[in-house]
Design a protein around this ligand. Structure first.
Ligand code: SF4
Ligand code: SF4
Length: 366
């Protein structure tokens, strides 16, 4: 019987576990609060200004402390919600991570830069604490809450304070007002781009996605997953290499937009050590498969087993395709019934990838 409770492939004896290897974490992501100054449509956490739950500073610091014990971890990213709402705790956490020799990044909507003077003071504090990277999110939905002028101020301040990287990330959808092209009409942004080698400034566009596998955000047709372009989609680089902590002290096993809606990608941060939890999670076949092939290829394979699965021209963002894998009962059942035929091939390629990782880290850290 097909139900949404159909179990996905779980623990398996993998070459990884036989060798005692697993994917090494590279990024710690701290979602200190889901509270936000904005309420963007399709926000992955339904963030809004009235949420109150947040991680204590002690929890944030102990997560960084534990995560920093992995020599493979390089970056601590603060996101949310709106991480600047953590106030002084954000500054202390950036300082702590920097003291551990880690790079730091803040992902923000830029609201704090409405006034240049106030924004400069906020960002200078973080810069003095060691902040390396500033990612500013904007787009049609974001600008209903945070104006373009404020976003431009935030970007200019990132460059003025000589952060190692200042990035604007724009929501991508088919019909929109805000785009790279429209932002470049702003003389300040144009100047930053003209000088981007020295300013370390850049702009990217990322597909905006709905928080339901059945819903669709209209995207340019060339961005949509089809059988003609699925070969260009690869493994998920985030699963098991980014460890996330949420305001409710859950641990996420990737930084995907849809992670919160996929229970299989979260674990309780309880008694066990991070190492034990990661080792256990790293033995689950579905996560290994996501790492090796990525959600789009798994989805296309499932559709080859069951032609009733409707997958083409629906997904532009890989986390949206991932949501379909876990949320669509037909896809879940098809995977559950057929995945065994893929195990040998996937695990063989997984062990090659892990060996490569070990070799690379041996070169970097040896
Ligand atoms: S700014 Fe980001 S966190 Fe805040 S509501 Fe918008 S998408 Fe959500
Ligand atoms: S594709 Fe899936 S596993 Fe990868 S980041 Fe997105 S939600 Fe996480």
């Amino acid at each position: 019987m097909i139900t949404s409770e159909t179990r996905m492939p779980a623990r398996t004896t993998t070459p990884g576990s036989v060798l005692g290897l697993y994917i090494h974490p590279r990024t710690l992501t701290i979602l200190g609060t889901y509270k936000c100054t904005a309420m963007c449509k399709n926000c992955c956490f339904d963030s809004n200004p009235w949420l109150t739950q947040r991680l204590s500073l002690d929890s944030i610091l102990s997560f960084i402390e534990e995560g920093s014990q992995y020599s493979s971890v390089e970056l601590v990213a603060f996101s949310g919600g709106e991480c600047f709402l953590l106030g002084e705790d954000l500054v202390r956490a950036v300082e702590f991570a920097t003291g551990k020799g880690l790079r730091t990044r803040c992902v923000t909507n830029g609201y704090w830069a409405k006034s240049l003077q106030h924004g400069r003071r906020r960002l200078q504090q973080l810069r003095d604490a060691g902040l390396c990277e500033l990612n500013i999110s904007t787009g049609d939905y974001h600008q209903q809450w945070v104006s373009e002028e404020t976003v431009v101020n935030a970007a200019c301040l990132g460059v003025e304070l000589k952060l190692e990287s200042t990035l604007i990330v724009i929501e991508l959808q088919k019909d929109r007002r805000v785009s790279t092209k429209s932002l470049l009409e702003n003389p300040h942004i144009f100047a930053l781009m003209q000088n981007r080698a020295e300013s370390n400034f850049s702009i990217i566009e990322s597909p905006w996605m709905p928080m339901d596998a059945q819903e669709i955000v209209d995207q340019p047709v060339e961005r949509l997953l089809t059988r003609k372009n699925v070969h260009k989609r690869g493994g998920c680089k985030s699963v098991l290499s980014t460890i996330v902590v949420t305001p409710t002290r859950q641990l996420g096993l990737c930084c995907g937009l849809s992670r919160e809606l996929i229970p299989e990608l979260s674990i309780e941060w309880g008694e066990n050590s991070l190492s034990e939890l990661l080792a256990e999670a790293g033995r689950e076949f579905m996560k290994i498969w996501l790492f090796v092939d990525g959600p789009e290829r798994i989805l296309a394979w499932a559709a080859s087993k069951n032609p009733q699965i409707d997958w083409e021209c629906r997904y532009a963002h890989h986390c949206h395709a991932c949501l379909a894998l876990f949320q669509d009962p037909l896809v879940r059942a098809t995977i559950s019934e057929n995945y065994r035929e893929r195990v040998d091939d996937v695990l063989m390629r997984y062990s090659v990838l892990l060996s490569h990782q070990e070799l690379l880290e041996g070169a970097v850290y040896g």
